[in-house]
Design a protein around this ligand. Sequence first.
Ligand SMILES: C[S@@+](CC[C@H](N)C(=O)[O-])C[C@H]1O[C@@H](n2cnc3c(N)ncnc32)[C@H](O)[C@@H]1O
Length: 514
Amino acid sequence: MTAAGYVTDVAYVPGFYPQMSPVAMRYVAALNGIIPPQTADGFRFLELGCGLGRCLTTLAAAHPRGEFVGVDLNPDHTAAVARDIAAGELGNARVITADFGHLPDDLGVFDFIALHGVYSWVAPSVRDEILATARARLAPGGLLLVSYNAMPGWAHLQPIRGILRQYAALRTGDSAQRVRDAVAYLVFMRDKHAKYFEDNPRAAAYVDALVQQDPRYLVHEYMNEHWTSFYFAEVAGAFGQEGLSFVGSLPVFTNFWDLCVRPEFQELFRTTTNRLVTEAHKDFCANTAFRWDIYSKSPRMLKDVNDRLREVDDLHFRVTRAGITLPYQANLGVVTSTVQGPLYQALLELLTGRSLRLSEIVAAETLRGTPPADIVRAVDAGVAMGLFDITAGQMGEAPATLSAPVTIAHPFNKAVLAADSLGGRSLALASTLSGTGHSLGDLDAAILHELVERGRDGLASRVAARLEASGRTLQQNGQPVSDASQRSRLVEEACQSFIDTSLPELVRLGIVIA
Ligand SMILES: C[S@@+](CC[C@H](N)C(=O)[O-])C[C@H]1O[C@@H](n2cnc3c(N)ncnc32)[C@H](O)[C@@H]1O
């Protein structure tokens, strides 16, 4: 087994990324006219470089019919994943300690392959192994998700990585200590007006973001020998050589060029169909620094909207949160877009408080007379703008009252809550109804844990006691709160707000049973 320049002395940080969900990948395929793998009767999912495995295990808990395999070369990572698999009673997940060049021969093929935070961070020879794995292990019609640091967004930040790594090499200690020293040195150079920072004010501001980061994240982001960033065309070319074609990308709005590019730059997109050209221009107009791209092997195309209604009708759609009214405005970074009008009003009413399949939406009485293609386009644009979201199955009802004791359904969610609440970072709980994970801040997670373990009486004082014991600070307006009575009041408010807003949603997702 070889790490090929990848750091192994410091373990990474856990994280859940909803982009990795088969639901998100399948939706992007359908949106771009491609038939995604069917999942109702089971599917196989491979994660390359699974790290601490929170994507793998959360998705395995959310998809009991899927079979999930994670691969990572770092035995500390895979041991942690194996512990989570056991604690979460995930009979449908396993993890393999191996480098990508030495995967077991009998691994088989997969409907989904995903790699996040890997492709830009490994040696060229390892990227070749990833590409060979994609060719050999992705089933025909399967989908592959790859994320990477992108150009041109990284252009002015690349020198920061260079100087961080060079300074860290002069220091002693493990990679975490050396990266801490290197960040301190960058702050010094920025504060003393090193010319690079004077000429690149965004890079100077970026130093403040580095200071806030967990050193374990910084180690894995910056300390690898072969870190690099790519233009879209380079990655599309490499996967193209292996017989994989570009499908689309995440977040969903990036599939709509008019939501990524300001109107004055849109002429080129109206007249050019070459995706290599349009994606390059899009990345330039948006100064893209990170991409989540989806590829397919031997994709089968959807002929028209009726084909989509037949072939991909198991996904459900719902309004993302209660209380949305029209006109609805979405700020998508470069473009701000507004939706309004009778079609969206009807969709909003139809998809509030419940989730429906596309065929059910199209057949709705309130949309009678509107062509299905217009309805589907409006749903997709609504998803892109964050008005609607997609779920694997039908959501439960919002509970009328929540006076009874609450419990957690899945052993995986119980184990995550018991281990990680008040751990200083958000955690994700799995929903078999949505087919993905749902993030909770660590304070909300502690409130839920207390609620489940010991009920509602004295909830706020128990959470406050746990906060005291953990040493975690509470913040208000970006400032730590030291006054005891103010802290108690903030905890009371957090408990009430959790019970009023987050808890009903967790019940609808089937994560909490009330
Ligand atoms: C930045 S981490 C990302 C982890 C995880 N995907 C996440 O997003 O949390 C990259 C992971 O790839 C693993 N890795 C790097 N090179 C590898 C190789 N050649 N074979 C297997 N795993 C590798 C590392 O050990 C590390 O866990």
